[in-house]
Design a protein around this ligand. Structure first.
Ligand SMILES: O=C(O)CCC(=O)C(=O)O
Ligand SMILES: [Fe+2]
Length: 280
């Protein structure tokens, strides 16, 4: 693995793929813990994101905290130092673990979005626990992290009286990231309607084999296509640095503070000991 090449590609493209990042034992251990998360529904963040076909798209956040016997080796030993290099920071903090499990029956897409509960360095590593062809894989708009804009799905700009048109995914995403206030609508730009047809946007689908990983900047626009055709599971670890702050334009911090019994304050760095810190 050429870390300086990866660091430079991540900076210019906004995402990188790292083949064979974890071994089969890791994938099987996390898959088993994901099954436990689903059967126990122990986490208050557990969600069914496909209201068309119940059970075809499950997701959870902080299962490592809420689900007993969650695989204790969920942070690969070589990951924190890699994140420190990729983020060009001597200290990195693990903000969150989350997972997404889709069955081949799933018809719900994830709309084009940024991950923007944090301002400042905010990176995710999406570890593929199954083989995912390009037709069903995460897609990125190469270089979009440099646009300077804060995008939101255009449907979110519709007024709340039309809210019934949102599917479970949109409701979920909106509840974490949007409000009807003028302040929010002025801060965000709608995702361009011609994103998928205008060649100016360089869309890259990143197929993966089990064990591969994708690292991406939270500000790189990304989405999932509507039809999955395969069963797929991704385990995601999100990383920040000491100079990252809680975004004032996100409901995440309030929701997380209540459910984790911690205090995340808009525009302040994250220092609660709940978040593991790694120094290099
Ligand atoms: O894997 C998914 O279904 C969604 C991924 C995503 O948007 C994320 O990890 O930020
Ligand atoms: Fe995302």
């Amino acid at each position: 693995m050429n870390v300086s090449q990866l660091t430079s590609d991540l900076d210019s493209d906004g995402f990188i793929k790292i083949p064979s990042f974890v071994n089969t034992n890791y994938c099987l251990s996390i898959l088993s813990s994901v099954r436990d998360s689903i059967s126990s529904k122990a986490s208050p963040f557990f969600r069914d994101l496909d209201n068309n076909i119940p059970g075809s798209f499950f997701s959870d956040i902080w299962s490592s905290h809420f689900v007993s016997n969650f695989y204790s080796g969920y942070v690969p030993s070589h990951l924190p130092s890699l994140m420190s290099s990729l983020m060009c920071r001597q200290s990195v903090l693990l903000l969150q673990d989350t997972w997404f499990q889709r069955s081949s029956l799933c018809t719900t897409s994830i709309p084009w979005h940024h991950d923007q509960s944090i301002e400042g360095p905010f990176y995710s590593i999406w570890i593929s626990l199954s083989d995912i062809p390009a037709s069903a894989s995460l897609r990125f708009v190469r270089g979009s992290h440099k646009s300077g804009l804060r995008y939101m799905p255009s449907a979110f700009f519709t007024d709340s009286s039309k809210r019934s048109q949102f599917n479970a995914m949109e409701e979920f995403y909106r509840s974490f990231h949007y409000s009807d206030s003028l302040d929010y609508s002025q801060h965000f730009s709608p995702v361009p309607d011609d994103l998928e047809t205008n060649p100016e946007y360089d869309i890259q689908s990143v197929s993966t084999s089990a064990g591969d990983a994708i690292v991406f900047n939270g500000l790189t626009l990304h989405s999932l296509p509507p039809l999955s055709n395969v069963d797929s599971t991704g385990f995601v670890l999100r990383w920040i640095s000491e100079d990252s702050v809680v975004s004032p334009y996100s409901n995440d911090a309030k929701i997380a503070s209540e459910l984790l019994n911690i205090n995340l304050i808009p525009e302040q760095p994250i220092s609660d000991s709940f978040f593991k810190r790694f120094d290099f």
